[in-house]
Design a protein around this ligand. Structure first.
Ligand SMILES: [Zn+2]
Length: 157
């Protein structure tokens, strides 16, 4: 499921990240959370799992078998989420650019959050819950927010 146009690289500040090695067009699928599914009864929730699986339902999370779990968050992302698990380019991505998405496009719970240091001028500082995403940003991401948060039938409005 991983695009052949991206690779994992070390970043200066944030550990591993995923970078474009070729130009990527808007709408292209970068990677997907196509791995194990976990519910909130699962044990143990390791830090690794907690920080890399994404939410796909009120009490369901999914990891990836490939690159998806290494794609970093940004408050000015170039990718979004299609269906519940696909990371898709929201705009053209240049060769060398880091691929990012906004973790609040999938997360909605009261117990997970992270401090964001993405450095963008629109950085929201604390990330973790779709409920806190400003209305203007929801609008900007229209069509790229997980279907578990915005069911398809409500997307037409
Ligand atoms: Zn940020």
């Amino acid at each position: 499921m991983d695009s052949a146009k991206v690779r994992i690289r070390r970043t200066k500040k944030f550990g591993r990240g995923v970078f474009a090695v070729k130009p990527i067009k808007k709408g292209e699928i970068i990677a997907a959370f196509d791995g194990e599914i976990y519910d909130d009864d699962f044990e143990p929730w390791t830090d690794d799992l907690l920080n890399h699986a994404i939410q796909i339902g009120p009490k369901l999370w999914r990891d990836s078998k490939g690159l998806a779990r290494y794609v970093n968050h940004s408050c000015e992302p170039n990718c979004g989420i299609k269906s519940k698990v696909k990371i898709v380019a929201m705009r053209p991505i240049a060769k060398g650019e880091q691929v990012t998405w906004d973790y609040e496009m999938t997360e909605k719970n009261d117990w997970w959050k992270m401090r964001c240091r993405c450095g963008s001028t629109s950085c929201r500082k604390i990330i973790g819950n779709y409920k806190n995403m400003p209305r203007a940003i929801r609008k900007k991401y229209a069509g790229y927010i997980s279907e578990w948060l915005i069911p398809r039938q409500r997307r037409k409005a």
